[in-house]
Design a protein around this ligand. Structure first.
Ligand code: UD1
Ligand code: CA
Length: 454
């Protein structure tokens, strides 16, 4: 069995992005472009994956990890020059090499597999993944002989007016015979409009040497992301794919054009997603949930039968049949137990709520551990911060917190205890006790009459 290699081109700065962030690290649907590319390659079980890095090399390595290999391209002198940096790792080895661009995140693993298959079936020296586009502007064009065989690829900037009419484009993705690839790279010059060593020139040289050049034409929508306009196109295409996937898996999406689900999200059957909802990477949602309208849920684990309306949740866990919102804010490291109710204008941070507990209105709970079946009255505040440190509030099962209570942490409210409305609790409350911590009311009789006389 001959080996399968992949070279990922990711050394460019991405000048046209006009960004501090290196181009291939720009996310598409929540995942950096180059990570999409590498994840797709991982599905193909390549023997070796070499990523060519230059600009932002450290950041790219940090993103992709060390399960793959890297080759450094100090100066970006073109795509052929980039592949050449893998010479010491790959040249002379019998096998097939897939070359992919770090800025082509929409080319799926299925399309790459079909490309490799076509290449192998045809026993080609090189196979180009091409596409026929209505508007081919900006891409390299596939120039064929009268007999249909590929002669060469011409870049937009080097193309004649006639050549620019060609609608078949190079997706920047190729399969090569590995030994022939590294041999031909040495023959490429930089006599062109950009003064760069173009990888597409390998095609013309191989064709002239009488080598077999094939194409694999894909109808998958792809975008080479060079600027922010293309980035938005890639985002929209990827978003549609993700939404279609979830709908086919049994999720109702009321309005796909107003719903945003990133990659790496799992949603159970019969969950309904309403418009204006953003579900971020790393989120798992169970069955029979109602998410939205206008919910933003990122990196959360949501159980079955949960309702989330007009609310923001991040890095938290919500158990079965709990309802959140409208207008709640669930901040990181919170855990809402089963059948919990979180109502309007409630903020929860780093707090655990037991089964059946209700926090219905206007409340802040931070750094707290609230037991089961607790009723937290309207306007309750955990006073968790003394200006220097954060402190913990513990409220045990079945207790009742009256409206507008301040629980000054560290403090513990015992099981089945009651807190009178308007209390500022600074000391622990024993189990089953009633704590009242406020001024007694005094009524001044006939006050109105007196004040009018003055
Ligand atoms: C390239 C192809 C073009 C094709 C298009 C598809 C060339 C010369 N042209 O054009 O035919 O239609 O992709 O999207 O190859 N890179 C390096 N080192 C370099 C130069 C580039 O690593 O020295 C990387 C970039 O980071 C990028 C990829 O190679 O990820 C492609 O380079 P880019 O400059 O975007 O090429 P295009 O002009 O888009
Ligand atoms: Ca590009």
């Amino acid at each position: 069995m001959s080996e399968k290699f992949a070279v990922v081109l990711a050394a460019g700065q991405g000048t046209r992005m006009k960004s501090k962030l290196y181009k291939v690290l720009h996310p598409v649907c929540g995942k950096p472009m180059v990570q999409h590319v590498v994840d797709n390659l991982a599905e193909l079980q390549m023997d070796r994956i070499v990523v060519i890095v230059g600009h932002g090399a450290d950041k790219i390595k940090q993103q992709l990890g060390d399960a793959i290999e890297y080759a450094m391209q100090e100066q970006q002198r073109g795509t052929a020059h980039a592949v050449m940096q893998a010479d010491s790792i790959l040249s002379g080895k019998p096998g097939t090499t897939l070359v992919v661009s770090g800025d082509e995140p929409l080319i799926s693993s299925g399309t790459l597999a079909a490309l490799i298959q076509a290449h192998t079936d045809n026993k080609a020296a090189a196979t180009i993944l091409t596409r026929v586009m209505d508007d081919p502007t900006g891409y390299g064009r596939i120039i064929r002989e009268a007999n249909g065989r590929v002669a060469r690829i011409v870049e937009q900037k080097d193309a004649s007016e006639q050549e620019r009419l060609v609608r078949e484009i190079n997706t920047g993705t190729y399969c090569f015979d590995n030994e022939k690839l590294f041999a031909v790279l040495k023959q490429i010059d930089n006599n062109n409009a950009q003064g760069e060593y173009y990888l597409p020139d390998a095609i013309e040289i191989l064709a002239k040497q009488g080598e077999r050049i094939e194409t694999s034409v894909t109808d998958e929508q792809t975008v080479g992301v060079n600027d922010r306009v293309a980035l938005a196109k890639a985002e929209a295409l990827m978003r549609n794919r993700i939404l279609e996937y979830h709908m086919r898996e049994g999720v109702t999406v009321i309005d796909p054009s107003n719903t945003y689900i990133e990659t790496g999200v799992t949603i159970g059957r019969d969950t309904v997603v309403y418009p204006g909802t953003i579900i971020g990477a790393g989120t798992t949602i169970g069955e029979d949930c109602i998410i939205g309208p206008h919910a933003q849920v990122t990196n959360c684990v949501i159980g079955d039968g949960v309702e989330i309306k007009h609310s923001v949740l991040m890095d938290s866990r919500v158990d079965n049949r709990t309802t959140v919102g409208p207008f709640a804010y669930i901040r990181p490291n919170s855990h809402l137990g089963e059948g919990v109710k979180i109502g309007d204008f409630v903020e929860i941070k780093n707090t655990k709520l037991g089964k059946g507990t209700k926090v219905s209105h206007l409340t802040y709970l931070g750094d707290a551990e609230i037991g089961q079946d607790v009723n937290v009255g309207c306007g309750t505040v955990t006073v968790n911060y003394d200006g220097v440190h954060k402190h913990k509030t513990i409220v045990k099962d079945h207790s009742f917190i009256g409206c507008n209570a301040n629980l000054v942490a560290p403090v513990t409210v015992g099981e089945g205890a009651y807190i009178a409305a308007g209390s500022t609790i600074t000391e622990n409350v024993p189990d089953k006790a009633l704590a009242i911590a406020r001024e007694r009311q005094t009524n001044k009789e006939d006050y109105a009459a007196k004040i009018i006389k003055k």
